[in-house]
Design a protein. Structure first.
Lengths: 222, 62
């Protein structure tokens, strides 16, 4: 009690010395504190956002094979994030929030790239004809993969998967990653890439068949 | 009528992207019950989805 009263009394002494001081000083101090708090919080937010840059770049690079486009999408995301901190409001995971913004930026880039380099309306699946006989049955039926979940524990498996992805034709990979990496619905992919749903399903089928063959040859069949 | 393996794998893939019709689902179920190769492909395509979903996090840690 005594020390508390003593501290309060000492703190109020300057205010008693002059009327001006009493009126202005506490107000100034309050403003100064609030401003520095705000700067501190902004710096904190900026550095937290900046820390996510490598992850976001990694995320964008999986979809956009052009590293400049990936850099651009991440830069646009960070700028958007820093100017709309209030819409974050700490209500969700920062990485999840940033990834949500990044997805839109990536789709913008995909759309622009698609306009410059439209997907050919190629519904041909003849590349898999070697897998099936004339009646559409397997020449060599695919074998079961032994314990695939164990592969998910190995860093080398993901390197093998990335190599398989890199071998996909650009347009097939673009469609497949929009579906599986960005998690876009087929309807949205069709719209962004200006392709029919049928063509979209063909590309996704082609990607999955090629990836399972590639993983069979380079991982599970070894 | 029995669908071919080529058709069955196509439906397995499309089943990951759209809701198959009742007839398609039935034909596919019947085929997969009898065809080990296509049943393997179904598991492998589902596994691919799971693996891609983890790709960014796994690479992030390296």
């Amino acid at each position: 009690m005594i020390s508390s009263n003593g501290w309060v009394a000492a703190a109020t002494i300057p205010g008693r010395d002059s009327g001006v001081g009493r009126a202005s000083r506490p107000a100034l101090t309050g403003r100064a504190l609030r401003a520095s708090d705000r700067i501190g919080l902004m710096d904190d937010f900026r550095s937290r956002v900046e820390r996510e840059r490598p992850y976001l770049l990694r995320y964008a690079s999986l979809q956009l094979r052009d590293s400049h486009a990936a850099e651009d999408a991440v830069q646009e995301t960070l700028l958007a994030a820093l100017t709309s901190e209030t819409s974050f409001g700490g209500r969700s995971n920062l990485r999840t929030w940033l990834t949500g913004i990044l997805k839109h930026k990536i789709v913008d880039h995909v759309r622009r790239a698609g306009r410059e380099d439209p997907l050919a309306a190629d519904d041909d699946c003849s590349e898999f004809d070697a897998l099936f006989d004339a009646r559409g049955h397997w020449r060599d039926a695919p074998a079961q993969w032994a314990d695939p979940d164990a592969a998910l524990e190995q860093q080398r498996f993901f390197a093998a998967l990335e190599e398989c992805l890199a071998r996909l034709p650009a347009k097939t990979a673009r469609t497949f990653m929009m579906r599986e990496h960005l998690g876009c619905e087929t309807g949205d992919i069709c719209k962004e890439l200006s392709i029919t749903p049928t063509h979209c399903w063909v590309l996704l089928y082609r990607a999955r068949m090629a990836l399972r063959e590639c993983l069979q040859a380079n991982w599970f069949g070894k | 009528m029995m669908i071919s393996c080529k058709e069955a794998t196509r439906l397995v893939s499309q089943g990951l992207d759209r809701r198959l019709g009742q007839g398609e689902r039935l034909a596919l179920r019947m085929h997969l019950a009898l065809c080990a190769g296509c049943a393997n492909v179904e598991r492998q395509m589902a596994f691919l989805r799971k693996a891609i979903a983890q790709l960014v996090d796994r690479a992030d840690r390296s």
